[in-house]
Design a protein around this ligand. Structure first.
Ligand SMILES: Cc1cc2nc3c(=O)[nH]c(=O)nc-3n(C[C@H](O)[C@H](O)[C@H](O)COP(=O)(O)OP(=O)(O)OC[C@H]3O[C@@H](n4cnc5c(N)ncnc54)[C@H](O)[C@@H]3O)c2cc1C
Length: 387
């Protein structure tokens, strides 16, 4: 196939979720002379501004957003996390990770506020869906559902892991659906949390309470499909009782404040982060269980690495294989370690086998006493990855 007369840009991003929007924002800052384009379906482009989730962002992610000048617009939507209490329902072990007099571990940010900050003056964004992708030697050509055809030197797939293009782009991915789904909601407590987050492992799955404001928490509560449906449909009073039973009273008396949403969960990972003129980013490259709040933190580290590599490259052609291979080499270790950390945490706490229960309670108690073990969890929790 030969190159056509369609418009040609340096880089085209498919997907205007948080990953795609953040990459576009960062590249516009670092490489103002380059031609960039982002394509997403019209109804989804506005969705980032209404995302009901609250995201736990590690200290390192916070520093990146500050460097990228997004912080001033987020200030009103941020709550610091100064300590994290990890416990196992019905057992004595408890781990308290505390930032003490250091800066907080990280913070909780409204995903919608980040979406709004990113969408401010974000052009060129094309409201369309991709219908066809063709890879040529020197470009990738895309046919859009609005009849348009565009081409790019480098195609970044930030489409959240839709597997639609895997076959045509020669991608393989492993998908491990979890039995659990996650219900998220905003709840309040009868006492101030002072920045403490709670992560509790219950027989039905993990439950996280992330501090928001003075007395509120963002709840992420995992359970089977049926359990999540019951919790979704329960009258608020009944919901509060179920929640209190599962969460205990360490975070105070909890009460539902706002609408509940349920998300299906899976661990998904692509085999290669790149192939000829294509690169996979964010959830499109790795979708994690939200138990340890690592998904977007990991995507931010991917974006940081990619943007720095592209900005430093001396080539005109961003689709050059060696550039993409460099990106893959630099990112694969951190991604693999973060996947292992998240999946390992789930495997450890999803098990009711007695020796394992005893073992993990000992481990929680021991980690309280062992600064080195704490440091390891804390480093990863703070989003330091392999840095
Ligand atoms: C319940 C829950 C809680 C979470 N909590 C945390 C947390 O505390 N901390 C954290 O770091 N992470 C967390 N995450 C993960 C985080 O939400 C994601 O990592 C983040 O939203 C980034 O997503 P993304 O932009 O990569 O993909 P998505 O948000 O899925 O966006 C993909 C975009 O691609 C578009 N698209 C798809 N196909 C096409 C096509 N053919 N043409 C054009 N566009 C297309 C879609 O319309 C969409 O806009 C959580 C996730 C869940 C489910």
């Amino acid at each position: 196939m030969t190159a056509g007369a369609e418009p040609l840009v340096d880089l085209l991003i498919v997907g205007g979720g948080l990953s795609g929007l953040t990459l576009l924002h960062r590249l516009r800052q670092l490489c103002p002379g380059r031609s960039l384009m982002l394509v997403d379906q019209p109804q989804r482009l506005a969705a980032a501004e209404r995302d009901p989730r609250l995201l736990a962002l590690a200290r390192h992610s916070q520093q990146l957003l500050q460097q990228w000048q997004l912080w001033p617009q987020l200030a009103a939507a941020v709550s610091p996390i100064s300590s994290i209490e990890v416990s196992d329902q019905g057992h004595a072990g408890r781990l308290l990770l505390s930032a003490d007099d250091q800066p907080p571990f990280g913070c909780v940010v409204e995903a919608a506020a980040l979406g709004r900050a990113l969408q401010t003056a974000l052009l060129p964004v094309r409201a369309a869906a991709i219908e066809k992708i063709e890879r040529l030697t020197d470009r990738v050509r895309l046919t859009l559902d609005d009849g348009g055809v565009v081409a790019c030197r480098l195609l970044v797939l930030a489409d959240g892991g839709s597997q639609r293009w895997d076959q045509v782009l020669g991608q393989q991915r492993s998908v491990k659906p979890y039995a659990n789904q996650a219900l998220i909601a905003l709840v309040d407590s009868n006492r101030p949390h002072r920045g403490r987050a709670f992560e509790r492992f219950t027989t039905a799955g993990p439950l996280a309470l992330l501090p928001v404001g003075e007395r509120q928490f963002s709840l992420v509560w995992c359970g089977t499909e049926n359990e999540c449906l019951t919790r979704l449909q329960a009258e608020p009073e009944h919901f509060n009782q179920l929640l209190q039973q599962a969460a205990g009273y360490r975070a105070g008396e909890l009460r539902l404040l706002a609408e509940r949403n349920v998300y299906p969960l899976a661990l998904m990972q692509v085999e290669r982060l790149m192939s000829h003129r294509c690169l996979w980013l964010g959830n499109a490259a790795h979708t994690l269980h939200p138990v340890a709040g690592q998904g977007f933190n990991l995507a931010l580290r991917d974006i940081d690495c990619l943007a720095r590599l592209l900005a430093a490259s001396t080539t005109d052609d961003w689709g050059q294989y060696s550039l993409l291979a460099d990106y893959e080499r630099q990112r694969e270790g951190d991604i693999a370690a973060t996947v292992r950390f998240t999946d390992g945490l789930l495997a450890l706490f999803a098990n009711d086998h007695l020796p394992l229960v005893a073992g993990r309670n000992l481990a929680l108690a021991a980690l309280n006493l062992l600064p080195a073990g704490q440091q390891l969890i804390t480093r990863r929790g703070m989003g330091l990855g392999n840095h």
